[in-house]
Design a protein around this ligand. Structure first.
Ligand SMILES: [Cu+2]
Length: 492
């Protein structure tokens, strides 16, 4: 009753602006997209690797544009110490960014490197024609194909390989973006960047070291091991973060290659002033999180007000913190205290991801080379502890009375390293007495950590706060792991 009263009140007072209501906007679509025959000499498209975007075409008339894209199959890191055999358009994931203008005639050359093991092709979502070019571009290793299309619709489009098994080619990184500028070009901004999400499926679990093969079964089950921006975990973190200055307007071209997952794309601490939803021609305004379908793309624009680090995530949030879908934009400039009072977001959200990864990198490199020093373990363990354990046990290991037991000077911890390993791997619940104080709570299993990470954390803990100084090895952790019965369905 009250609601209907309110509603009728609203309908009486709110007037829909007539201009908006009457306006039926359209670009004319592909039927109006042909702007005539190419004018002038053919031009060669400038291609860029992510996160760079080619400059605006700056053209006012249709041109003939030559695009050359080479497929290369190559091993590259997908995460620290984890390698993967990527299949790429242009040597990196995502594929090279192509920028053209509506009405352009594109002469497309697809080359497949002689060292490739597979044939490949390309389906550009910007093409009006069966298969988006796929049928005309099937290319065996060491060969080149050529086809021509006219770009009739403006927008930001995904391209991808469409050779059977299609899912596998896409899952190995075969996707990128092509921007078809509207005839008048896009509104100028201060910075443009290229970010593309993808999901990956490896036989080993998240962070399991070494060369990881593709896992077809996990891919079919849509059970991603990694979800990353720009082809690897950490591709937009630390030194590789995107950059802007206070007062800039930033445009991100954000694609989602999939193959399976849709992205809930969000920038922590920003509101998108504009989102060209699904890459279409009209912008939605004031958006927090935008959905990008697999095989889809969007353009987001925002003005940066306050300096600091802004975190790009897939807001399906386990993907951000436990599968890799996390990037950063660092904004430099003077504090704008009336807009934001200060204090970095890093410590709240990021913990070890914000800390220098260098110590973790060094420890895993030493381990891979045969032997890891106690110092390297302690340094890596300190970073990992900050991200994993300090939330509960506190940065100084003191815990919180009656809630989280101390690790600093803990008699329970110091008595038995094997038991400590088991606590980290399997969690702990029920009554436990530490230094004479009783606790009866639950510590969840830290099943996101692999053997050397657990070893490094515990070595750090044992070395800190007057603890017993034990060095814990990855082999010891592996032994406890394999010697413990795990609940059905729990990760190994
Ligand atoms: Cu392919």
């Amino acid at each position: 009753m009250l609601l209907s009263v309110l509603l009728s009140c609203v309908t009486k007072t709110v007037e829909i602006p007539t201009a908006l209501a009457a306006e039926s906007r359209t670009t004319g679509g592909s039927a109006a997209g042909d702007l005539g025959a190419p004018v002038g000499d053919p031009v060669r498209a400038v291609l860029t690797h992510a996160p760079q975007v080619p400059p605006p075409t700056g053209r006012t008339e249709p041109a003939k544009v030559i695009v050359e894209l080479e497929v290369e199959e190559k091993v590259m890191p997908i995460s620290e110490g984890v390698d993967y055999t990527f299949w790429t358009f242009g040597g990196e994931v995502p594929g090279e960014f192509i920028r053209i203008r509506q009405g352009d005639t594109v002469e497309f050359h697809l080359q497949n490197h002689p060292d490739s093991k597979m044939p490949h092709n390309i389906d550009l979502h910007a093409v009006s024609g069966p298969g988006g070019g796929a049928a005309s571009s099937f290319t065996a290793p060491g060969h080149e194909s050529q086809f021509t299309f006219k770009a009739l619709n403006a927008g930001i489009y995904v391209y991808h390989c469409a050779t059977a098994p299609v899912g596998m080619h896409v899952a190995n990184g075969m996707y990128g973006l092509i921007l078809v500028e509207p005839p008048e070009g896009l509104p100028p901004v201060d910075r443009e960047y290229y970010v593309m999400q993808g999901d990956f499926y490896t036989v080993g679990k998240y962070h399991e070291k070494g060369l990881q093969p593709f896992d077809m079964q996990k891919a079919i089950e849509e059970n991603a091991t990694y979800v990353v921006f720009n082809g690897s975990e950490g591709s937009l973190v630390g030194d590789k973060a995107l950059h802007a200055e206070v007062g800039d307007t930033v445009r991100l071209f954000v694609g989602n290659g999939g193959p399976n997952l849709v992205s809930s794309f969000h920038v922590i601490g920003e509101i998108f002033d504009k989102v060209y939803t699904e890459g279409g021609s009209f912008a939605q305004e004031n958006v927090q999180t935008t959905l990008i379908p697999a095989g889809g793309a969007t353009m987001v624009e925002y003005h940066v007000e306050a300096p600091g680090t802004y975190i790009l995530v897939d807001h399906s949030i386990f993907r951000a913190f436990n599968k890799g879908a996390l990037g950063m934009m660092k904004v430099e400039g003077d504090a704008q205290l009336e807009i934001y009072s200060g204090k970095e977001v890093d410590s709240v959200y990021l913990a070890e991801k914000a800390a220098s990864r260098q110590s973790i990198v060094t420890a895993s490199a030493e381990l891979a080379a045969g032997e890891v020093s106690k110092e390297a373990q302690i340094a890596a363990g300190s970073s990992l502890f900050a991200g994993t354990c300090s939330t509960c046990h506190q940065g100084n290991g003191a815990g919180i009375p009656a809630v989280f037991p101390p690790l600093a000077g803990s008699d329970f911890l110091n008595a038995d390293p094997e038991r400590a390993i088991s606590v980290v791997l399997n969690g702990l619940s029920g009554p436990v007495t530490v230094n004479g104080d009783d606790f009866n709570s639950v510590m969840p299993p830290m099943s996101n950590l692999n053997d050397d990470e657990v070893a490094n954390i515990l070595t750090y803990v044992y070395d800190s706060w007057d603890n017993a100084g034990h060095q814990v090895t990855a082999q010891q952790v592996a032994a406890v792991r394999s010697g413990t019965d795990r609940p059905a369905g729990a990760p190994h």
